[in-house]
Structures are given as C-alpha cells and as structure tokens.
Design a binder for this molecule. Structure first.
Ligand SMILES: [Zn+2]
Ligand SMILES: [Zn+2]
Length: 479
C-alpha cells in the first residue's frame, strides 16, 4: 500500500494493528483503508481477489501479494531466485486473523529454540538465515458441526443370579445438542500437515472481516485443497467426542450402551468457512541444496516448530566426549565377565533396533507424504470430481527396506547368540571360549555403531524435507 502522505510503501504492523509508514510515520486503521486490489464477484456469489501471484521457478510454489515489492527468494524451497508475478484471481477468504507477533519477536523466539539444539548445524543460527523469516497468511478451512438428531444406542446388561444369567436389552435414546466450532485444517498443499499441527491451535475468536490492507508487507498462500478433503477427519473427531461424552452419562452407562454404539447414531450437520491464518515461515536449504528444513511460528500465539537436523561433525564430537567417561566407568568399575558383556551388548542391540525401526518407518511415511492428507489430495486430484473420498487410512502401510537397513544389528545379535550357544555345547577350554565371546561382543558393538550412523541419517531425513515440487510452470495455463 502506498502512503498517501509521502508515497512510500506502507506495511501492516502487528504491534499496533495498524497500517504504518516507516518513512513518515503515518498510520491507518486497516479496516478503513481502501482495498489494495480489485475484488471480483463470481457467478455463485463468491468473491475473488485479483492480485499478483508470484511463482517460484525452482519449486513452483505460489504466493499472493498486494505489494509492489519484488520477491527475491522463495519461502518454500529456500532458493534465492526472483519470483515471477502474474495477475490472477484467487478466492477471497471469509475472514482473517491478523498477525500479532512482529518479525523481531519471531526471530527471538526462533533463536531461543535453536540455541538449545546442541547438534543443529551452525548455519541455521546465522543472522543472515534468521532474517529470512516471512509472514505468510495460510488459507485454512474452518468447520463447524452440529449433532442433527437425538442419540440412540442399544445397551445390554448381564446379571448372574445363582445358576442363571439374565440378559437385559435396552434401547437408550437422548436429546443431545452439541455444537463444535473452529475445527481448522490448512488448505494449502505446500504447507505440510505435520508443521501445521505443530503450531496449532489458532484462536478463531480473534478473526476479523477480511480486508486486503492486512496483507500489506505480508504474503498469502494460494488455496489448492478442497473443503471436503478434511470433512471425514473432522466428523470422526467430533462423533467420537460426542459419543464419549454421552456414554459417560448414567442413562447410557448403567444400561450398558457403549460409546461405540452411541457413535453410530451421531448425525452431523457440517458447515465450513475459509480463513487466512498468520504463519511466519523460514525455509533453509541444506549445504548441497538437495534438502530443505522449515521453521514456522504461529503468528498469533508465537508457538514455534522447527526441523532440527543433526550436524554429523558435531554429533561425532559429542558422542566421543560422552563415550570416554562411559568407557572408563565400564572398564574399571564393573567386573567385565563374558556374561555381563554379552548381556550389555544384547540390550544395546535391541534398543538400537527399536529406535532404527521407528525412525525408518517415519522417514518412509514422510518421504511418501503419507502423513499429509492435503498434499496427498493435491497429487491425486488435478481436477475435482469426487464428492467424498476416504482419507487418513495410511497409517497401516508397511515400510519396505526396514530389515535391509537393520541387518547389521541383527547380524551382531546372531553372532553373539551363536557363540554363546556353541560355547554351552562344545565346552572348549575356558580361556579360549572367553576370547570368542569378547570377539563376538566387539563385532556386535561395531555393527551397532554402524547402524547408529544410519539412525542419524534417518533422523536427518526426518528433520529435512524434499523441496516442494508443485508442478512445472504453465501447468495451469488454461485459466
Ligand atoms: Zn509516508
Ligand atoms: Zn521455491
């Protein structure tokens, strides 16, 4: 927005909640400021913002802006590129939660968080990187749900009197008025659900009618996930909650009607609105630029979520410093009999086996975007035809290659087991057999440590991501 006094670019200031001019000090209430772009009425009563949409030539992410300022790096893939703008129409949100946290506050919150991450790479803490925080209004779908009918459930109570079991069957019904408001899900496929959940919730009580002046100095993400994608998930959450609360009531409880039975009778009336929620965003590229890690801050509450990869050099140094005292204690304080040694090795191996499998499973889910319904949706549907589809059933996927990655630990365990077994069978001379056990333990430990490198690598894959690939430029030239 141009300042009417001096012509400089104005910005929405989260501290004062006004649009301010840093050049001459003028300020304005955003609600009374003129709209910053054309607002076009659609044929079904919906409205569109006609604003500049900037697309990243590297990753294809799209950002909406009403300012005349050029965008010189991409907040989604971290590339330093000039984003190209084009006038487009984007659906106007019903309301907006304005930014409350200033950039300075957010930088401080982030620095505090990374300062506690001992093994995080140093570049993540540099002022240069931190200064790249940008405020982006994220499009959200906000659902409200209401129980439409009364609740009813079949209940069964069994009583034993002497040699007889009496079964009482009931049909319990109740009037139950429940209304849920403000269940929100991000409507952008670039914004990962795991980050979105990490900085939730937003308080929708702070929402105000949408005015483009709130966007001055900020961007908005484009909305590319349809409202029905999250309806199943939201309905399930609400149905379970209603059923749980109702079944806790004595009239259901003493008649043996369970929450599961009650849930079947929940009929929901759903409604949704679209809002812009404030998120501070920072994307950092790994040194070889193949991965990106994100830091996001809730622009309303200041809640921080950040990917914290581990720097291999720092990790090695840290482990070494930790390993020396442990080694000394073990070497001098504990009498190291072959039995204690092999027991310790087995415990260690099982622990790293569990850790490796949990992490590798998460990596698999993340890499295949099984943890992101919005992105899953955007990839499945270039056009939207289906009215309802089942999502969220992905958690039972098996991760292939887990055994392949943990073969080292398994081999180590097998060697220790084999040596102990042979030892009890063959009963060779005591000293010689001890040597075998020590050897097997050492081999197993070595294989374990090797697996630990895989674990760190897997962890780093989890705390960094593939840069978004939102399709080549011009893919939607139809419009
Ligand atoms: Zn001015
Ligand atoms: Zn990009």
């Amino acid at each position: 927005m141009k300042c009417s006094g001096c012509g400089a670019e104005m910005r929405f200031d989260p501290a004062t909640q006004n649009v301010v001019c840093d050049h001459c000090g003028a300020s304005k209430d955003p609600f009374f400021a003129e709209e910053q772009c054309r607002i076009v009425e659609g044929s079904h009563g919906e409205s569109y913002l006609e604003a500049e949409v900037f697309q990243c030539p590297q990753c294809g992410a799209r950002l909406l802006s009403t300012d005349a300022t050029a965008i010189t790096f991409c907040s989604y893939c971290g590339s330093s590129v000039v984003l190209e703008g084009r006038l487009e129409q984007e659906e106007k949100p019903d309301y907006i939660i304005p930014f409350k946290k200033t950039k300075e506050e957010v930088e401080k919150l982030y620095k505090h968080k990374v300062s506690r991450a001992l093994f995080a790479p140093s570049y993540m803490k540099s002022d240069d990187v931190v200064s790249r925080f940008r405020g982006i209004y994220m499009p959200y779908w906000v659902y409200s749900m209401q129980n439409a009918d009364g609740l009813r459930a079949n209940g069964k109570v069994e009583e034993r009197h002497g040699d007889y079991i009496y079964t009482y069957s009931y049909l319990v019904s109740a009037d139950y008025d429940a209304e849920y408001k403000g269940l929100s899900y991000d409507a952008s496929s670039v914004f990962s659900d795991s980050l979105s959940e990490a900085i939730a919730p937003f308080d929708v009580h702070d929402r105000v009618p949408f005015k483009t002046a709130y966007m001055s100095g900020f961007y908005a993400d484009t909305r590319d996930v349809k409202p029905y994608v999250y309806i199943d998930n939201a309905s399930e959450v609400v149905s379970k909650d209603i059923a749980g609360k109702a079944a806790g009531h004595p009239s259901f409880g003493i008649h043996g009607a369970t929450a599961n039975e009650v849930e079947k009778s929940v009929r929901l009336r759903t409604d949704h609105t679209g809002g812009y929620f404030p998120v501070w965003f920072l994307a950092t590229q790994s040194r070889d630029k193949s991965r990106v890690s994100y830091a996001v801050v809730n622009g309303q509450t200041g809640k921080v979520a950040a990917d914290m990869p581990i720097d291999f050099g720092k990790y090695l140094l840290g482990s070494l410093i930790l390993a020396i005292p442990i080694f000394l204690i073990l070497a001098f304080a504990v009498p190291m009999t072959p039995l204690i040694l092999s027991a310790a090795v087995v415990v260690f191996a099982i622990a790293s086996l569990i850790l490796a499998n949990v992490l590798l499973n998460d990596v698999y889910r993340r890499e295949n975007q099984l943890d992101d319904e919005g992105l899953q949706f955007a990839q499945d549907h270039s056009e939207d035809k289906a009215q309802y589809k089942l999502y969220g059933k992905f958690s039972k996927e098996k991760a292939p290659g887990k055994i392949k990655k943990t073969w080292k630990v398994l081999l180590g365990l097998a060697v220790v087991a084999a040596v102990i077994f042979l030892n009890t069978q063959v009963r060779v001379a005591a000293t010689a057999s001890d040597m075998w056990i020590y050897g097997a333990a050492a081999l197993s430990m070595g294989l374990n440590i090797w697996t630990f490198f895989d674990i760190v690598k897997a962890y780093n894959q989890l705390t960094t991501r593939k840069p978004p690939q939102m399709g080549a430029r011009g893919g939607d030239e139809r419009a």
